[in-house]
Design a protein around this ligand. Sequence first.
Ligand SMILES: Nc1ncnc2c1ncn2[C@@H]1O[C@H](COP(=O)(O)OP(=O)(O)OP(=O)(O)O)[C@@H](O)[C@H]1O
Ligand SMILES: [Mg+2]
Length: 391
Amino acid sequence: MNNQTNSPDIIVEITKSGNRLNAFDKDGTKYTGQITLGARRKAHAGGYPLGRFTNKSGNFYWRQVSSDMMGTTSHIPTASTSVEIPTDHTEVVNFIHNSFNLKPKGLVMKELKWKYLVRSAVRGKNIMMTGSAGCGKTMAAKSLVNSLDRPDYYFNLGATQDPRATLIGNTHFEEGKGTFFSDSLFVQAIQTPDAVILLDELTRAHPDAWNILMTVLDYGQRYLRLDEKAGQDTIKVAPGVTFIATANIGNEYTATRVLDKALMDRFTIVEMDLLTDEEEHGLLDYMFPHVDSDLLKSVATISHMTRINSTSDDARISGGVSTRTSVEMAGLLFDGFDLMEAAEVSIFPQYPNDGGVDSERTFVKQIVQKFVSDGSEEELFSEEEMSEATS
Ligand SMILES: Nc1ncnc2c1ncn2[C@@H]1O[C@H](COP(=O)(O)OP(=O)(O)OP(=O)(O)O)[C@@H](O)[C@H]1O
Ligand SMILES: [Mg+2]
């Protein structure tokens, strides 16, 4: 198969953090480990982005692309510093307990959870981030990867159609050369000592991917079976390699296959907590300092009330508004939409409309309505309702 492409599949910008030149795409995914230092230096000095291309043999290479191709960068915060991990025990303990300052400000996560995450990475555990939709799992995983000065690799397993090609490699045919096998990026990744490998959306992956990963993740085995490649049938995982996976496990995910028990057992679970309404308000204030803080508080409270209701005994809705949606709402307010308009395009479509006045959508509309003040008292919640909802 000829995989050569003329347009890049990934575009990165080179930024300096500490003494390191990192490469991030616009979603904040780091590609530093894939690009030579020389290329990163030149791009940084020249102030241009780099694009990833595929050559005839199916291998990646990076070269200069025009600045307009980068697009606008998203809100994914990157750590301002990245540091080497110490090896001496006292130093390791100090490192873990002083690691909270490596957490980017824009990521809301409890100190204990962050430290546990760092500790698991330092100790080479396989980490699985769990938690409901849009609560910061991917963001936390990427932030961790960015704050450790280690080679890193990103794989979105929820988006790959062909797990074998992604995790093992492809067989190619070329005239004169015959059939040959080219290793996947994953094969390179696991052979890189101390690499941090992010396996995003593992629960959405094809079961073939889980089978392939089973031996890789097993602490007692740690190898990848290359059944398609002649001559060499297994590849060892290099020392110090850490895996971080994210899961979407929760009852709102009917489409997600429940992760195989044996695979789940190979992970240390780090659960992302839902943000409290205060934490969420703080996040929105931090992200959108130019938007009226009371308005942002309404957004946080609306989301919070939906979450409370969806988990209560007499729930009227099947799920709560996620932090991702709250952030989207705030972005709409920033762009001049009013609260009702923002809710209409970002929240309501997530709730079914059937059942008329008893529908989930009607219920959520009623919640939002109470925050859309026309100056009259009765449109707002009573003190009692407010404290009930936010307690
Ligand atoms: N804890 C958090 N701190 C800061 N921002 C957050 C947090 N949770 C969610 N967000 C916001 O929501 C967006 C989505 O977060 P993220 O992609 O990490 O969610 P996720 O848990 O991986 O979701 P999914 O289950 O859909 O994969 C982020 O880009 C960020 O703007
Ligand atoms: Mg995610």
